[in-house]
Design a binder for this molecule. Structure first.
Ligand SMILES: NC(=O)C1=CN([C@@H]2O[C@H](COP(=O)(O)OP(=O)(O)OC[C@H]3O[C@@H](n4cnc5c(N)ncnc54)[C@H](O)[C@@H]3O)[C@@H](O)[C@H]2O)C=CC1
Ligand SMILES: O=C([O-])CC(=O)C(=O)O
Length: 329
């Protein structure tokens, strides 16, 4: 007998990440090749026509696992009984907009959506925020959801997986090892240039990648800025922000969370106080997933250099948290 469909809500469904994401979800790449899905697509009223066009294309693929789809501009409808919510739609930074303005504009969106998820989705819903600034947007959605109760506060995540995957590719190129051989990578902190991509624990076929590379100047002056500023480099090259790679990272994050990871994966999760990160801050941590649950890898040694890097990215997140504090009262 085939499995009961899982309901996947996707916001910003008419956008460029949506266009790279929806077809892969419908083909079973995110939740498994035996898992039917129902897509619940949210976008703004003015984008509904474009969402309909995407739905026509989804229909034209005749995906055997696509058990249904709806389009709406109402978050309460989009999140109804959802098992997974991918919050992609966000307010982009406009001309002359400061970071604080961006935080406030998105705060308004994510308080509404967090509340709507907590009131309508399944109690064990898994939420991944992609829309930037994704850590703080996830923090806001979680805070709004906690006020309602019902859903699991640990299940509101921000997406650091793109940074993790970018770091793996840079390390593979530098070390000459296959990307699939690289294990135990982690990116600490915020999805912003302040993130700290840390390959001190990384292994390839039993060898230490740090020892293989053995080049602190490359780490500090090339690797970290390349990974940290990759989003900006793509915007510069493409004239548009990364979309297919962002969609791929969202698929990876949810796939591993639901179906299990066979390696460390970086997830932006609400801190439980691990590594001195204040509770509730949505922070990139090394995680392992099993039986549908994630857990933060414990006990890693944090050297002085890494302490400094982690403090910088934490400070940025704490400033973002302070900028939205009034909205969450
Ligand atoms: N966390 C990460 O690693 C990455 C995050 N991003 C972020 O993802 C977000 C989406 O990127 P794109 O798809 O390229 O943008 P886009 O501009 O192509 O699409 C955004 C879509 O969201 C919709 N939208 C805006 N406000 C909404 C709301 N309140 N409710 C529902 N839908 C809403 C828009 O109408 C549009 O269809 C951006 O914030 C971008 O910065 C992009 C790449 C990587
Ligand atoms: O800056 C953006 O909108 C895109 C982004 O997050 C990334 O590519 O990492």
């Amino acid at each position: 007998m085939s499995k009961a469909p899982m309901r996947v809500a996707v916001t910003g469904a008419a956008g460029q990440i949506g266009y790279s994401l929806l077809f892969r979800i419908a083909s079973g790449e995110m939740l498994g090749k035996d898992q039917p899905v129902i897509l619940q697509l949210l976008d703004l009223p003015q984008a509904q026509k474009a969402v309909k066009g995407v739905m026509m294309e989804l229909e034209d693929c005749a995906f055997p696992l696509l058990a249904g789809m709806i389009a709406t501009d109402d978050p309460n409808v989009a999140f109804k009984d959802a098992d997974v919510c991918l919050l992609v739609g966000a307010r982009p930074r406009g001309p002359g907009m400061e970071r604080a303005d961006l935080l406030t504009a998105n705060g308004a969106i994510f308080t509404v959506q967090g509340k709507a998820i907590a009131e309508n989705a399944k109690e064990d819903v898994r939420v991944l925020v992609v829309g930037n600034p994704c850590n703080t947007n996830a923090y806001i959605a979680r805070a709004a959801a906690i006020k309602v109760g019902r859903t699991n506060p640990n299940n509101y995540h921000g997406m650091l997986r793109l940074d993790h995957n970018r770091a793996l590719s840079q390390l593979a190129a530098k070390s000459g090892r296959e990307v699939s051989s690289l294990k135990k990578m982690v990116v600490w902190g915020n999805h912003s240039p302040s993130m700290y991509a840390d390959y001190r624990f990384c292994e390839s076929n039993g060898d230490s990648v740090k020892a293989l590379i053995n080049d602190h100047a490359w780490n500090n002056d090339v690797f970290l800025p390349t990974v940290g500023k990759r989003g900006a480099a793509i915007i510069e090259a493409r004239g548009l922000s990364s979309a297919a790679s962002a969609a791929n990272a969202a698929i990876d994050h949810v796939h591993d969370w639901v179906l299990g990871s066979n390696d460390w994966v970086t997830m932006g999760v609400p801190s439980d106080g691990s590594y001195g990160i204040p509770e509730g801050v949505v922070f990139g941590f090394p995680c392992e997933c099993k039986g549908g649950q994630f857990k933060i890898i414990q006990g890693l040694e944090i050297d002085e250099y890494s302490k400094g890097k982690i403090a910088i990215t934490l400070k940025e997140l704490e400033d973002e948290r302070a900028a939205v504090a009034d909205m969450l009262k």
